[in-house]
Design a protein around this ligand. Structure first.
Ligand code: ADP
Ligand code: MG
Length: 450
């Protein structure tokens, strides 16, 4: 049986992106067979939910195929095993960062750029043309025409991809260029750490004198963080006055970033400001085709059209959906046709009359956290209220795809930027495998049956 599991994993591995495989399946251990279930050991509850939602059918299909005659129980008993957590963590780290490079003198920052995000695999369309053109210009001639470059737009629309591509291009031309790619969150953490550990001058060296290009992702994270904004302001000036290139991304236009110092906002506006919008249908199709090409997926045009029509607002989801259909096709040994795509989508978005509503999510979240609906919709900022609110917003956005302004409306008339930062905050915590968020999201979604 153990071998059967190994074979099943092997088969799944060749069909999933390595990132998904390493994140979700590699850390799972086989715990044996019981009369009516197989036992899988997982690092935390979220794995059970995620795997059940995304991979379980495939796992059973593959197990069945590999098992031949012997009957494999059709249920899983999940066993939490905390020692697997480190393994999961390591897997995540290794998918994020390439191994350290051999030559020690090589700029170490190189490893902070994501090797997958390059201009050659970025599909250009009317929605991102300007941001792309500006990024290409900055890549070939940093520190001159478009400085700073400010790229803004919704989640999953290619901002991080573009800034990484800028970094790669500059490095290709000048391998000695010292490029700092950093999220505003990490910048903040490093700053705080260096203050506490009396390392502030090293911190300043790193981001001022030892830096030729600063790529600062998700600047909205600095909202309300006065001291970090102050530090960033001086960093910005030091770089700017030595003609070093600065690129900043944000989910909203400079002036709309909440609680951001006016002088920073005006710095951001002083250079080139470019947006990335939701790509229109043709671009979405082209993105699918490009992704299919790199992943070696045979994608026929009617399926591409169908998927591009179904998933509209987020390129990351679009890619995820393509992979899901492809994996399913492979594992079932079927061609990736329209029927299969439709069936997969039906599982992802249940049909209209069954559909979960924002109210369902709010109600169940209130039950889970033990807060009142009126509080959830109130302006109260106490963490006991704001955390349930952020989690509910996140689930609504992820599962229902409700627009930010509409969510703001349904949560008691809040600004859409509030919703955006809530969703981002929770996504970030999920990426960090935050226990509290993972179990809340898992439990609420289980209750909802989605
Ligand atoms: P953001 O930083 O704006 O939230 P990302 O840059 O992380 O978004 O993009 C999300 C995913 O979508 C990434 O895998 C990225 O490669 C992909 N993507 C986004 N836009 C494009 C595009 N125009 N062409 C190809 N891939 C894209
Ligand atoms: Mg990003």
């Amino acid at each position: 049986m153990e071998q059967l599991w190994e074979r099943t994993l092997g088969s799944l591995k060749s069909h999933l992106s390595s990132e998904n495989f390493e994140t979700w399946l590699q850390p799972v251990q086989f715990g044996g067979v019981e009369p009516d279930s197989i036992v899988l050991r997982i690092p935390n509850q979220f794995f059970a939910d995620w795997i059940s939602a995304h991979y379980l059918d495939l796992i059973f299909d593959t197990l069945d195929r590999e098992a031949g005659d012997s009957n494999v129980p059709k249920k899983v008993r999940w066993e939490l095993d905390e020692t697997l957590r480190e393994k999961a963590q390591a897997a995540r780290e290794s998918t994020k960062r390439p191994p350290p490079r051999a030559t020690p003198r090589e700029p170490s920052v190189f490893s902070d750029l994501n090797p997958k995000y390059r201009f050659k695999n970025f599909v250009v369309g009317p929605a991102n043309q300007l941001a792309h053109a500006a990024s290409v210009a900055v890549g070939s001639d940093p520190g001159s025409r478009y400085n700073p470059l400010f790229i803004y737009g919704g989640v999953g629309l290619g901002k991080t991809h573009l800034v990484n591509a800028i970094g790669h291009t500059i490095l290709q031309r000048n391998p000695r260029a010292r490029i700092r790619y950093v999220s505003a969150e990490r910048f903040t953490n490093e700053f705080i750490w260096s203050l506490q550990n009396h390392e502030i001058s090293a911190f300043r060296d790193r981001y001022r004198s030892q830096c030729d290009v600063l790529l600062m992702d998700d600047i909205q994270f600095l909202a309300g963080r006065e001291q970090t904004q102050e530090e960033f302001f001086h960093t910005f000036n030091a770089l700017y006055h030595s003609d070093k290139q600065i690129v900043v991304t944000s989910d909203v236009y400079p002036q709309q970033i909440s609680e951001m110092q006016e002088r920073l906002v005006s710095r951001f506006q002083s250079g080139m400001v470019a947006d990335v919008q939701v790509p229109e249908l043709d671009t979405r199709i082209a993105i699918l085709q490009k992704k299919a090409e790199t992943e070696g997926i045979a994608l026929v045009s009617e399926v591409a059209l169908f998927l591009a029509q179904m998933v509209r607002s987020n390129v990351r989801e679009l890619e995820g959906t393509l992979l899901r259909v492809a994996v399913k096709a492979e594992l079932l040994g079927q061609p990736m046709g329209l029927e299969l795509a439709k069936e997969t989508m039906r599982q992802v978005t249940p049909n209209q009359d069954m559909a979960t509503t924002v109210e369902d999510i709010q109600r169940i979240a209130c039950g889970y956290f033990g807060v009142r609906l009126t509080d959830l919709k109130s302006r109260r900022r106490h963490r006991a209220i704001s955390f349930p609110r952020m989690v509910s917003m996140y689930i609504c956005r992820q599962r229902l795809g409700t627009s930010y302004p509409e969510l703001g409306e349904r949560f008691g008339g809040k600004d859409h930027t509030t919703v955006i930062s809530a969703v981002r905050k929770i996504s970030g915590l999920i990426e960090e495998q935050d226990e509290r968020v993972l179990s809340a999201v898992g439990a609420i979604e289980r209750k909802l049956g989605i």
